[in-house]
Design a protein around this ligand. Sequence first.
Ligand SMILES: [Zn+2]
Length: 179
Amino acid sequence: MASSSNSPCAACKFLRRKCQPECVFAPYFPPDQPQKFSNVHKVFGASNVTKLLNELHPSQREDAVNSLAYEADMRLRDPVYGCVGVISLLQHQLRQLQMDLSCAKSELSKYQNLGITGHAGLIAAAAAAATATATTHHHHHHPQNLGINLIGAGGGGGRDHHYHHQFFPKGSATGDEEL
Ligand SMILES: [Zn+2]
């Protein structure tokens, strides 16, 4: 039997008990990080952590302990929201950025489509506009329709309709999907 280190792990030291060689805490709560266990103990309780670790495969325990330590730390800093406060803030930022990205893609595809639309494209666009006028009446008011409106006005004779959907068929304009 290899004799274990003299100093007990942070958990056993905190709980004032003898650190056994098979101590479930020892690999994850080294003696030089006493705060880690004290936080986890305060928030979750030592017996709950023991139970949780024993239910997990040893390969998953380190991740679990780090997660508990993070959650405990955040819970002590923010007793109301804990780590959910940070998570929801980041989710909000993520949604905002996805919306910005979607708008930017939509803008970009507008210019790309204008770039590849030659004379034939304009005729086709005018035809599509005329068809759309005859069948449907869309009244979208998005800033990105401004460019389309100019083409529609030139080819179709100053009509007041927007032909966004005819110019940006689904699948080609990636920025067009709703979030
Ligand atoms: Zn121990």
